[in-house]
Design a protein around this ligand. Structure first.
Ligand SMILES: C[S@@+](CC[C@H](N)C(=O)[O-])C[C@H]1O[C@@H](n2cnc3c(N)ncnc32)[C@H](O)[C@@H]1O
Length: 281
């Protein structure tokens, strides 16, 4: 299985992500609305990154709320804390698979926005989420819909290039992170239900992304993958592959820039809270 490296990030990638992650931020805002986050809530933001969505949520929960953001990448946690002005909010290093610093039954809302495809042990993460949620508490997830990868703009362009010489003998398209660790809508619902969570709402939305140039598109892919973009391409071919993908993307640039189609799953589930919940098979 192709690894996800947590050692390739740096301050520049973190800063870039904070600056050009409008599309992810927008998806996160939709998720937060679906979750009904409200003043006074206790929030666990898993994979909080540079804290952009967190800052928005901290504004909603107000002074009576409590917010913890966790992320494995130190540079992103550092940036998030540097921009945080609220004493009831903190960003810490950590992963979805180990929430041992969070006590049982203590959180109203947990969310993972554009994160779950990076989590290697999804079952353990969901067990941990179940443990820390209050009865009736909610978990929200946005992640790419794997069953629609073949009609996702960036994927189409990337694969078209990687099928060509000199890459074709050295790259297995099915080894990309999204193929290896991403999941279909059905698989996500199954995992949530198997973890004992009640799935309340699942939706696939078309989530197009817009970039001024092909260069910016590649920069975003590198920043949002914390250096793992094209990690299924041998290191010796990676820079050339990036340049070829950039040239391919440029062909789609219009006066409005480059628009890439994408499909995102928005899922909301809750920990059973009342006796009726517990008796539903
Ligand atoms: C695309 S960013 C999303 C950041 C933020 N949630 C947002 O909406 O902008 C993905 C984040 O997932 C984090 N991540 C990767 N593996 C993780 C894991 N096992 N547990 C928690 N977060 C993880 C990365 O460090 C990165 O900050």
């Amino acid at each position: 299985m192709m690894a996800v490296h947590l050692t390739l990030d740096n301050a520049d990638l973190a800063k870039t992500y904070d600056e050009i992650s409008d599309s992810q931020f927008h998806k996160g805002c939709i998720l937060v609305k679906k979750l009904g986050v409200k003043p006074g809530d206790s929030i666990l933001d898993i994979g909080s990154g540079t804290g952009r969505l967190g800052r928005y949520v901290i504004g909603i929960i107000g002074r009576c709320g409590r917010y913890v953001g966790i992320d494995p990448l130190e540079e992103r946690v550092k940036l998030a804390n540097a921009k945080n002005e609220h004493g009831n909010a903190i960003f810490k290093t950590g992963t979805a698979e180990d929430l041992s610093s969070v006590v049982d039954d203590s959180i109203d809302v947990v969310y993972l926005s554009s994160v779950f495809h990076w989590v290697l042990d999804k079952e353990t993460a969901l067990q941990e989420i179940y443990r820390v949620l209050k009865p009736g508490g909610k978990v929200g997830i946005t992640t790419g819909a794997k069953e629609l990868n073949s009609v996702t703009g960036m994927r189409l362009v990337t694969d078209r290039v990687l099928k060509r010489e000199p890459y074709n003998g050295f790259v297995r398209l099915e080894d990309s992170t999204q193929q290896q660790h991403g999941l279909t809508t059905t698989a996500l619902v199954q995992l949530l239900a198997q973890a004992g969570l009640k799935v309340n709402d699942v939706q696939i939305k078309e989530t197009a992304r817009n970039y001024a140039t092909a260069r910016e598109t590649i920069r975003f892919s590198e920043a949002s993958s914390f250096g793992n973009y094209l990690n299924h391409v041998p290191v010796s071919l990676r820079e050339q592959a990036k340049a070829d993908i950039e040239a391919e993307l440029e062909k789609y640039r219009t006066n409005g820039g480059i628009q890439l189609a994408g499909y995102t799953i928005f899922a909301v589930a809750r920990k059973p809270g009342n006796s009726e919940d517990h008796t539903t098979l």
